[in-house]
Structure formats: structure tokens, C-alpha cells
Design a protein around this ligand. Structure first.
Ligand code: 3PG
Ligand code: MG
Length: 408
């Protein structure tokens, strides 16, 4: 259980909002404003309630103060997203921050410089958290996509001020809850990507939660190899074959069907428009590599998903970045989008690559929910407790006693 901004009395108060405005940028310009745009609701609503909204965020992974990672470039896109002027402070703590915050009137918004300019941030240093807390009366965490980090601005602060989840945090938790914690069944997951080794825990957790686990991308090759199939020159972690077999056994015990490709698009090299052909999965030539699931696989996946009510998607089915190896991902994504539109399937997707693959297929905006999170989404799929979320939990025996619901 956590508080939301509905229950906060913020008029005239300084509200520290931890957002995740860690957006891609090139040559000093933001190239994708999604995270900024999706953080706007919380900021606008708090401002409308008369709060002095003070935004904390990180940008990149600076080691101490580094002008390359100044957040000033976020100001323009942020002002556009929230529809008002945003004040700027050169530091997130200390006199610089205090000076700017002192000038704020009710409803005003300020953006403070990168919290990661202070190495104490990532150490979740209590003294640094106190310095941050000194500039606020209330704390709102809207940064689900950074909730897997136990940093001062994402975790420590929640214990020092009355704390609540922002709208984006709320939306992410609600969507993810519907997808895995209390889904309408049957529920399926599509997991793709290059390597089994990076998604081991995730696969292990999912087989216990879902009815169908569709495995695609490079990691499917490892599973095929583990079943004794020849995979030619394909990307394959042969040393992970034993682990793949363990996952298959675990799935059997949990009554989860693992869905693997039955055919493949193969080519001699990983290159755009490389000459390719479709082969049955047990006929992959020695000198060829699997670069996508074949059309019969896409059809079989759709067939299995046809009876499902819920779908969680992480990772593409093939080398979607280059044509024609995006076909299976596109076909299944477009089908899932259509099914969502018909109200027959709840679709939740997340993870950097996944979002660009779905967008490329023209399906991303038609899914029920697309998470803004990369790493945090993966950790959540692994079944891990995200420290930023856990810190917002209210202890029911401490209602409104002034401890922020945290207990003593
Ligand atoms: C992200 O983009 O994954 C989040 O903003 C967290 O950033 P980090 O991976 O640098 O901690
Ligand atoms: Mg990350």
C-alpha cells in the first residue's frame, strides 16, 4: 500500500518530486522526450494544487560534477511538457538550490541540477539525503524506472519526509500488477533478446507466473541447442545449455508451456538485406545463422496467444533492427495491438529494445501499457523488490502519526 498525490495537502508546500528524466540526447539536444512527457502529469497536478514543485532527477552516469551531464538541456522540453516556465538551480542541495527555491511562488516549478553530481547520491548517504530533504516538506517519487536503485533521492528521502507515489509511478505499478501479480488468465510472456545469461532470473521467475512463455531472439537458439538441435553459426551460449534445460524442467513442473520457434529465417551474415531463406528449425545449415523466427513460428505464437487474456512482452523475436529480420516481431506485435484494440487482450511491454521494436512495428502506442522503464522493468520481471517502491510502502499501523507511514 502506498499513498498517492490525492491524499497530499500540498498547497504552499515545497514538494520534492523525484522524476526520471534520464532521456537520450545527442549534441546537447534531447532526442526522445517520452520520459519527460510522461512525468508531466504529476508536476502539472501538484502545481495546480498550489505546490512549489521541485524536481530532482539524474541524467547519465557522471562521476562527480561534469558539465557534459548538466541537466540544463532538459529545461526546454520540460517547459513544453508542463506548459509553464521552469526555474533552474545549478545544484540540487546547498545555497544554490535554497536560493532558487526561496523565490518560488505557489504553483511554480523548479528543476535542480543532476543529483549524481554528488557521489553520495548513489551511496544512499544519509547525510546527503538529509540535505535533499531540507529543501522540501513532502516527497513524491515518480521515478519507477529508477526504482531499482537504492539511492538517496529514490530511497533515502522516502524515510525523511511524508512520501507518496506520483502519477507515473502509480500507473506503472498498476499496469505491472495487472500483468503479473493479479492478471486475468491465461497469461503469456514473450521474452526475447540476445542472451539467456542476462535473463536467467527473469525466465526462472516467469515460468512460475505465466501459462505460456514464448522465447525468441538469440536466447531461443540456446534453448534449441539444449534440445539437441543444430544452430549453425547462430548466436548461442552453448555453456548455458544445462541452465536452459533446468528452466525447461522448472516450466514443466509449473505447468507453463515454453514456446520455441518451429522455423527460422537464416542468412550467412548479420547484415541489412542479407540473402535469407526460411528453414524448418531442425534444418538450419552449418554455414547459416538464425536471425528471426520464421512465419510458421509467428503463426504458432499467435495461435497460442489467441486464448490468452494477458500478455507481458520483453525483448524482440529476431534481429528487428535490420530488415527483413523484423518480420516475426512485427507480425506478432501487430496482432497483439489489434487484439488489444478489440478489448480481448491486456498488453504490457517494457525494456529499451522492446519499446523501439514495438514502435517500429507501429504497435507501441496501441498496447495497453508501455513502461518507461528498462532495468527496473527487468528487475520487476525477475520478481525482485524494487527499493524505490518498497520505501513508499505504508505501514498500516502508523496512519497519519507524522512518521510518513514508515513506522518508528
Ligand atoms: C535508466 O535509464 O535505466 C534509469 O534512468 C536508471 O539509470 P541508471 O541505469 O544509470 O541507474
Ligand atoms: Mg539503466
Amino acid at each position: 500500500m502506498f499513498r498517492t498525490i490525492d491524499s497530499l495537502d500540498v498547497k504552499g508546500k515545497r514538494v520534492l518530486v523525484r522524476a526520471d528524466l534520464n532521456v537520450p540526447a545527442k549534441d546537447g539536444k534531447v532526442t526522445d522526450t517520452t520520459r519527460i512527457d510522461r512525468s508531466a502529469d504529476t508536476i502539472k497536478q501538484l502545481s495546480a494544487k498550489g505546490a512549489k514543485v521541485i524536481i530532482l532527477t539524474h541524467f547519465g552516469r557522471p562521476k562527480g560534477v561534469d558539465p557534459q551531464y548538466s541537466q540544463k538541456l532538459l529545461l526546454g522540453p520540460l517547459e513544453k511538457a508542463v506548459g509553464r516556465k521552469v526555474a533552474w538551480a545549478d545544484d540540487c542541495v546547498g545555497p544554490e538550490a535554497e536560493k532558487v527555491i526561496a523565490t518560488l511562488k505557489d504553483g511554480d516549478v523548479a528543476l535542480l541540477e543532476n543529483v549524481r553530481f554528488h557521489p553520495e547520491e548513489e551511496k544512499n548517504d544519509p547525510a546527503f539525503a538529509k540535505k535533499l530533504a531540507a529543501n522540501g516538506d513532502v516527497y513524491v517519487n515518480d521515478a519507477f524506472s529508477t526504482a531499482h536503485r537504492a539511492h538517496a533521492s529514490t530511497e533515502g528521502l522516502a524515510h525523511l519526509l511524508p512520501a507518496a507515489a506520483g502519477r507515473l509511478m502509480q500507473a506503472e505499478l498498476e499496469a505491472l500488477g495487472k500483468a503479473l501479480q493479479h492478471p486475468e488468465k491465461p497469461v503469456a510472456a514473450i521474452v526475447g533478446g540476445a542472451k539467456v545469461s542476462t535473463k536467467l532470473e527473469l525466465l526462472g521467475n516467469l515460468v512460475e507466473k505465466v501459462d505460456y512463455l514464448v522465447i525468441g531472439g538469440g536466447m531461443a537458439n540456446t534453448f534449441l541447442f539444449a534440445q539437441g538441435k543444430a544452430v549453425g553459426k547462430s548466436l548461442c551460449e552453448k555453456e548455458m545449455a544445462g541452465t536452459a534445460r533446468e528452466i525447461i524442467e522448472k516450466a514443466k513442473a509449473a505447468k507453463c508451456s515454453i514456446v520455441l520457434p518451429v522455423d527460422a529465417v537464416v542468412a550467412g551474415e548479420f547484415a541489412e538485406n542479407a540473402p535469407s531463406k526460411v528453414v524448418p528449425i531442425d534444418k538450419v545449415p552449418d554455414d547459416q545463422m538464425i536471425l528471426d523466427a520464421g512465419p510458421a513460428s509467428a503463426e504458432a505464437i499467435i495461435d497460442r496467444l489467441g486464448g490468452c487474456k494477458t500478455l507481458v512482452w520483453n525483448g524482440p523475436l529476431g534481429a528487428f533492427e535490420i530488415k527483413p529480420f523484423d518480420a516475426a516481431t512485427n507480425a506478432v506485435a501487430q496482432w497483439a495491438a489489434e487484439r488489444t484494440k478489440q478489448g480481448k487482450l491486456l498488453t504490457v511491454a517494457g525494456g529499451g529494445d522492446t519499446v523501439s521494436a514495438l514502435d517500429k512495428a507501429g504497435a507501441g502506442d496501441k498496447f495497453s501499457y508501455v513502461s518507461t522503464a528498462g532495468g527496473a522493468f527487468l528487475e520487476w520481471l525477475e520478481g525482485k523488490v524494487l527499493p524505490g517502491v518498497a520505501a513508499l510502502e505504508i505501514k498500516p499501523n502508523h496512519p497519519g502519526c507524522g512518521c510518513g507511514g514508515k513506522g518508528h
